[in-house]
Write a protein that binds this ligand. Structure first.
Ligand code: ZN
Length: 177
């Protein structure tokens, strides 16, 4: 049983958003294609309170983004919502980072309830939430496939994307082009 996890394809991470990933909306077409193949499609959302610890005003590294119920926090409108079976919100508590879709959520239970053994991962951003979600899926014992063409990196430091891919491969994640 295969599941696709669509990580944080939200307006704030796409061009024009509060924390835009360069070319972030380029993941949408390949994700919509992957979603047609998957038995179960779960979309995660970064879903923060206004005082989340990752925000600069709280001493964190990021500008305010994906504040729950704002337009920036909504899934990108071009994502095929008919193909999404479940939505999992992460980073909901002020004091938890929540880069991984598995952190303080029901995602693992949801996958187990559906008998999932292989998890495909795509979305935004490769060097943060996609990486941490894929690593947690491996820790939970799933076979994990990362779809390189269906993710983009923030690259705060040049080469963060390549380092993320190395870390994923070392953890046993299969990286597909
Ligand atoms: Zn966030």
């Amino acid at each position: 049983m295969d599941a696709l996890i669509v990580v944080d394809v939200q307006n704030d991470f796409c061009p024009g958003g509060a924390l835009a990933v360069a070319g972030g909306d380029g993941v949408i077409e390949p994700i919509n294609r992957l979603a047609e193949q998957a038995s179960l499609v779960v979309a995660t959302r970064d879903w923060h309170p206004a005082n989340h610890l990752s925000f600069e005003a709280q001493g964190g590294p990021w500008p305010v983004h994906c504040v729950r119920d704002t337009s920036g926090a909504q899934l990108h409108p071009k994502l095929d919502s008919n193909r999404i079976d479940a939505i999992v919100d992460a980073g909901r508590e002020p004091e938890h980072e929540g880069y991984s879709g598995f952190e303080h959520t029901q995602l693992e239970q949801l996958l187990r309830d559906h008998g999932v053994d292989t998890v495909h991962v795509a979305g935004l951003a490769l060097d943060y939430c996609v990486k941490e979600t894929a690593l947690d899926a491996r820790r939970a014992g799933f076979d994990v496939v990362l779809h390189r063409d269906a993710t983009r990196a923030i690259n705060v430091s040049e080469g963060d994307d390549e380092r993320a891919l190395e870390e994923l491969r070392a953890a046993g994640v299969r990286v597909e082009p």
